[in-house]
Design a protein around this ligand. Structure first.
Ligand code: GUN
Ligand code: FE
Length: 426
């Protein structure tokens, strides 16, 4: 099963510093994993079926480490507010609609279809507080073949009654039932999802911490995104020295609990040091941080310190599901930060942005996001012939251009965990 060879211009990262490019090379998939990339196909793989994408660009699938599926319908709308006002004015109203399973079905069908035909093969996804709607989202994505962690959101304060858990006990019971109902999937897995500290009481965090330990689940949430939010957390949690401690004190900040925190725009030294020590993943979401005027995260610092970092679309604070767009914006934002904030932190380069979108984020699944041997075989084939050019371009230049110009229409095939999710004529 799942033995084949993809022929094409194979591009992937081993480190954040360099791009490996094998022109007219071969990426071999065996039992869902990479058996390596070759300039000439070794004899032992000659009998494998071949996908011939000669001249096309083949990259690992992209990873979206932070996206809110229920917010997809209002992407591109209501961008004129900062985080807390944006949540209260637009976001909670939209998320409340997912109590209606028919609305959820209509919305999640669109989301799952668009994600399938994007370059994303792996994602960490927020649902809403509603277990039924979240299970439906998991059904949709399971069928698409995309590999995803999906969370029923937990929240019980500072939110409308319609989005508020009735009690910590009831939240525990409902979340436990949702875990039992959704743990049997192959492609998608449950992830505990306390929305963020302002909407999660201590009692709720206690209960989630029990579930985390009992079922050994990963956790996703938000951290140090906006200055007003950080001030609010310091008032809500006077016993903590920094925001991250409000998760850490419940054992939900890395270590034995794999954790992704979105944003970390304003994380200070102690918070960054704890993330590093505990292997907490950071989802850098440059479009969201720009739209909500949150700020610019110090990604250069994260990379220099070797902190696990990937990219997130953060729909709908980010308007686009495209992780190509996230790569371009990560570079652009890092340049503005360098120019306007701190000239000691060099802007990101193409190699680094590509690494963040692939191997950086993919590490949350273990060996994913690269074509190195034994990595889960996720691949996206790009046909850029609709972007004509009079001059000669190297493969690296063509890839560089795609970071800025790629559309879903350029994607002609996609594979996740070795499975072909779709193929279409170039
Ligand atoms: N913090 C808490 N909830 C959210 C959300 O839905 N989006 C963003 N960007 N930040 C949040
Ligand atoms: Fe978010």
């Amino acid at each position: 099963m799942q033995k084949y060879v993809i022929k094409g211009n194979i591009c992937y990262s081993k480190t954040s510093k360099d791009l490996c490019i094998v022109e007219n090379g071969y990426a071999v998939c065996e039992n869902g994993r990479s058996a390596g990339v070759y300039e000439t196909l070794p004899k032992c793989y000659e009998a494998f079926p071949q996908y011939d994408y000669t001249g096309k660009i083949v990259i690992p699938g992209l990873c979206d480490l932070h996206v809110h599926a229920p917010q997809y319908p209002f992407r591109g709308l209501g961008m004129d507010l900062e985080l807390i006002d944006w949540l209260n004015t637009h976001t909670f109203k939209e998320e409340a609609k997912y109590a209606d399973i028919e609305y959820a079905r209509r919305s999640y069908t669109i989301f799952a279809n668009d994600l399938l035909y994007s370059a994303t093969t792996r994602a960490c996804i927020f649902g809403t507080i509603h277990p039924q709607a979240t299970a439906l989202l998991m059904d949709e994505l399971e069928q698409s073949g995309i590999k995803a962690y999906i969370g029923k959101v937990n929240m019980d304060r500072n939110c409308p009654t319609s989005l508020c858990e009735q009690s910590p006990e009831q939240a525990f019971a409902e979340t436990e039932q949702w875990i039992a109902d959704t743990s049997g999937y192959k492609n998608v897995k449950p992830i505990l999802t306390p929305r963020f500290i302002p909407t999660c009481s201590d009692a709720l965090m206690e209960k989630l911490s029990l579930l985390q330990k009992k079922y050994n689940l990963p956790v996703q949430s938000h951290l140090s995104e906006n200055l007003g939010e950080i001030q609010w957390v310091s008032e809500l949690c006077p016993d903590t020295a920094f925001y991250g401690e409000a998760y850490a004190k419940y054992g939900m900040f890395g270590g034995s609990c794999p954790t992704v925190m979105a944003h970390c725009v304003y994380s200070k030294e102690a918070e960054i040091a704890l993330m590093k020590a505990q292997n907490v993943f950071i989802a850098h979401c440059p479009e969201s941080n720009t739209n909500l005027a949150s700020g610019i995260a110090p990604v250069r610092t994260f990379l220099d310190l070797g902190i696990c970092t990937g990219l997130g679309s953060d729909i709908a604070a980010g308007s686009s599901l495209s992780i190509f767009k996230a790569m371009a914006m990560a570079i652009q934002c890092s340049k503005l930060r360098w120019r306007l904030v701190d000239q000691s932190l060099e802007p990101l380069c193409i190699e680094e942005a590509f690494y963040l979108a692939t191997k950086g984020g993919g590490a949350f699944w273990g060996k994913a996001g690269s074509f190195e041997k034994d990595y889960e075989f996720d691949a996206v084939v790009l046909d850029d012939q609709s972007l004509p050019h009079p001059q000669a371009l190297s493969v690296r230049e063509r890839l560089e251009r795609l970071l800025y110009l790629a559309q879903d229409s350029h994607i002609i095939a996609k594979f996740a965990g070795g499975k072909n999710l779709f193929e279409r004529a170039g």
